[in-house]
Design a protein around this ligand. Structure first.
Ligand code: DGJ
Length: 731
């Protein structure tokens, strides 16, 4: 049984294949956290909590004269607010009388088959391969009618536990929710580091490892999107944990807006871990009978290091978050015209790129920014989603037909959530932009943000998208979003609901994407926010691939794609071969290396094929055929990080297919020096009992030997040179 409940209905143990999670509603009704770690048998572990009179740790009324019972140190699942737990709270409520206090007490529980949906938001879903189970625990606020429903979802075989929260105002007076996180958990013992994924535009998801102590470690976004700066994911791991050893806990928020994630030790050295919607600039009015649902957190535990943890996430996101026909369908190799032409294109240029691409085996042309409204640079036109037939030398239908006649698919760029002040849409509906009355708005990329909370705005956008997609043969849409949100005031919601704008914006985006996909289920959607500014699990519900970064420099991509791989499946990582010197960094990297790096992702090109030499064109043909050859490994196989940026003079990674019949090893030399030394890498994931032939040097060894002794290339690699090595099972 994945969920067991004691006879008295107060001890709850969740089991996955390799982990267990236990909590206990104590006699006073506090839901205590007892354990999350390696799978155990489910005996009551409440004796791990030693109660002491700690001084300056007050006692709730339920404890009477017992001074050892304090909310200030007990390890909890749903901590109280304003009533004596001085650590970070979980749910903060201002009541109608102005008081701000909440204590949550156990009321009931329910175990159900199947995973739980979250209204209006993405969540892991059941498949024929695995169905989840759900434990719902209801807590009642001590003095008001507010109730919490804590959801715990389990995908037993996948080693995944999820959490989410629903707050219901079952009282008679309105309340204001000032904070509602998705999860809180107090780990009673042990030391941990936090691994988080930080960065900036064009340098996303740099891995940072910091020790968790009494000073809080906190990351988050208040930019309206999940952001380039901090990814909504974190790992707590023992200080000695590595790729293949040690305790690791993953936390991944299924949300695309403002978020917070934190870990902090308390006075008893217990670690409080929290994740959810950022409480800054958030408040939500709950009238009697109304409820608020938080996004989901996907948790996983590995006792054997980071690789296993990442593989758990790759599996669950690929199988239970990505949806639609493109979930397992092979994605086309694309060529995008952005870095080839930017805004300076016309029909002839596009057709010439497409015809050459078709000859080289590329399967789809993506027409990026600039095909609509008045848009020859990034200062105007957003919102006017009408084809610029002058620029395209005819209709979009004619262009897409011409592309299809070449045997290629056709894709189109949109940035639906934005509006330029220099647009017909803004001239007609200035109130559709987020801006504060009486205050000149801040611009980002010289554009404003549409009020996605306003249903009229969403209806307009759906109508425009539908019109464009119905009028031409469009197989793919790149959905971009190119600024951070501020001035978050919605004329539609009005002054009373300003605290709801950012969350309702995100719900509005989900609503529009959902309706768009319902109308065009066969379209492949690629997410994008200036590259990887909205690279999160929720977006994968709509778009099985996301443009990973606006930085296409293959060497920078090594660390960006490395950081991305901790949570997100490689199939989700949009990655292109671009021109050199690279447009972002000015660096030159061999064409082959650019291909080998881009192949660890959803592969494509982003350069002007008119500027490419004959030799490079041959390289393109080979890369496309290599990509197709390795597709089952890169898109459905297990991924292994073999090095980390800066830890060796090269980067290496490996894919192994599900049957452990084939493996693909990629090496990229990142540094060079005089009198260079040979490099050597581990090999992982093979079947130790089986024999494998290395197709690069012909050696046949057992999986145990390859994994024990590793691999050394037969020559010294020059700086930025890459090598792909295939291993094939012989017996
Ligand atoms: C940002 C994206 O990340 C780029 O790939 C490109 O689509 C531009 N926007 C177009 O404005």
């Amino acid at each position: 049984m994945a969920i067991t409940v004691s006879e008295n209905g107060r001890l709850f143990t969740l089991h996955t294949k390799n982990s267990s999670y236990q909590m206990f509603a104590d006699p006073f009704g506090t839901l205590l956290h007892l354990y999350y770690g390696k799978r155990m048998d489910g005996e009551n572990l409440s004796d791990l909590i030693l109660r002491t009179d700690m001084g300056f740790c007050g006692n709730p009324p339920q404890a009477g004269a017992d001074r050892t019972y304090s909310l200030d140190y007990l390890p909890q699942e749903a901590p109280s607010s304003g009533v004596g737990d001085y650590r970070e709270d979980f749910v903060r409520i201002t009541h109608a009388d102005g008081s701000c206090a909440a204590q949550f007490l156990f009321e009931s529980f329910q175990v159900t088959d199947g995973s739980y949906p979250i209204p209006g938001m993405p969540a892991l879903y059941d498949t024929a391969g695995e169905t989840g189970q759900t434990l719902t625990i209801t807590l009642k606020e001590a003095c008001s009618g507010v109730r919490l429903q804590l959801f715990y979802g389990i995908f037993e075989q996948a080693d995944i536990i999820t959490r989410a929260l629903r707050v219901e105002n079952a009282g008679k007076s309105p309340v204001v929710l000032e904070k509602a996180l998705s999860m809180s958990m107090d780990i009673p013992f042990g030391n941990h580091d936090m691994l988080c994924f930080t960065g900036r535009h064009a340098m996303e998801r740099t891995v940072e490892r910091v020790p968790v102590g009494r000073a809080a470690v906190q990351i988050g976004s208040t930019r309206g999107t999940s952001s380039h700066q901090y990814n909504p994911s974190m790992i707590l791991l023992s200080p000695t944990a590595t790729e293949d050893a040690g305790d690791c806990y993953g936390f991944c928020l299924v949300y695309s807006g403002n978020f917070t994630a934190s870990a902090q030790k308390d006075q008893r050295e217990q670690t409080r871990v929290q994740m959810g919607i950022h409480p800054d600039r958030f408040s939500f009015r709950l009238a009697p009978g109304k409820s608020f649902s938080t996004p989901q957190v996907i948790m996983s535990y590995s006792s054997c290091g980071l690789t296993a943890l990442s593989q758990n996430y790759h599996h669950i996101l690929r199988e239970h978050m990505c949806r639609g026909v493109w979930k397992h369908e092979r994605r086309p190799v694309l060529i995008n015209n952005w870095e080839a032409t930017y805004f300076d294109f016309n029909r002839e240029k596009l057709l010439s790129i497409a015809s050459q691409a078709a000859e080289l085996g590329i399967e789809m042309l993506v027409l990026d920014d600039g095909w609509f409204g008045k848009r020859d640079d990034d200062n105007s036109g957003l919102g006017d989603w009408f084809v610029n037939t002058d620029k395209l030398g005819g209709s979009l239908c004619a262009l897409s037909d011409d592309i299809h006649r070449m045997g290629m698919k056709f894709g189109l760029w949109f940035e639906p959530e934005m509006i330029s002040e220099d647009s017909d849409l803004y001239r007609a509906h200035p109130d559709w932009a987020l801006q504060i009355p009486g205050r000149e708005p801040n611009r980002g990329r010289n554009q404003l943000v549409l009020d996605m909370a306003n249903p009229q705005v969403r209806d307009y956008l759906l109508e425009r998208l539908t019109d464009i997609l119905s009028g031409a043969r469009i197989d793919y849409v790149k959905w971009d979003m190119n600024r951070s949100i501020c001035d978050a005031y919605s004329s539609y919601l009005g002054p009373q609901r300003t605290g709801e704008v950012c969350h309702r914006y995100v719900l509005g985006v989900y609503d529009l994407m959902e309706r768009f996909l319902a109308r065009f289920p066969d379209v492949l959607l690629e997410g994008c926010s200036g590259g990887g500014g909205r690279f999160d699990a929720a977006m994968l519900y709509y778009s099985p691939q996301i443009w990973c970064s606006d930085n296409t420099d293959a060497i920078n991509r090594l660390s960006i794609q490395y950081g991305t791989s901790f949570f997100y499946p490689i199939s989700a990582v949009g990655s292109h071969v671009s021109a050199c010197p690279n447009h972002q960094t000015g660096r030159s990297v061999p064409f082959r290396t650019r291909g080998d790096v881009a192949m660890a992702g959803s592969f494509g090109y982003e350069l002007d094929l008119n500027q490419v030499s004959e030799q490079e064109k041959e390289e393109v043909t080979k890369q496309v055929s290599d990509f197709l050859h390795f597709y089952p490994l890169t898109h459905e196989g297990d991924y292994y990080r073999l090095t980390a940026p800066g830890k060796a003079p090269f980067m290496a990674w490996e894919f192994v297919d599900q049957n452990r019949d084939r493996a693909m090893l990629t090496l990229v030399q990142t540094e060079s020096c005089g009198n260079p030394l040979p490099i050597h890498t581990d090999i992982r994931g093979l079947d130790p009992e089986k024999k494998y032939r290395c197709l690069s040097n012909g050696a046949v060894r057992s999986g145990a030997s390859w994994m024990g002794a590793g691999f050394t290339p037969d020559h010294i690699l020059k700086q930025y040179e890459s090598l792909v090595v295939e291993f094939v099972r012989e017996s």
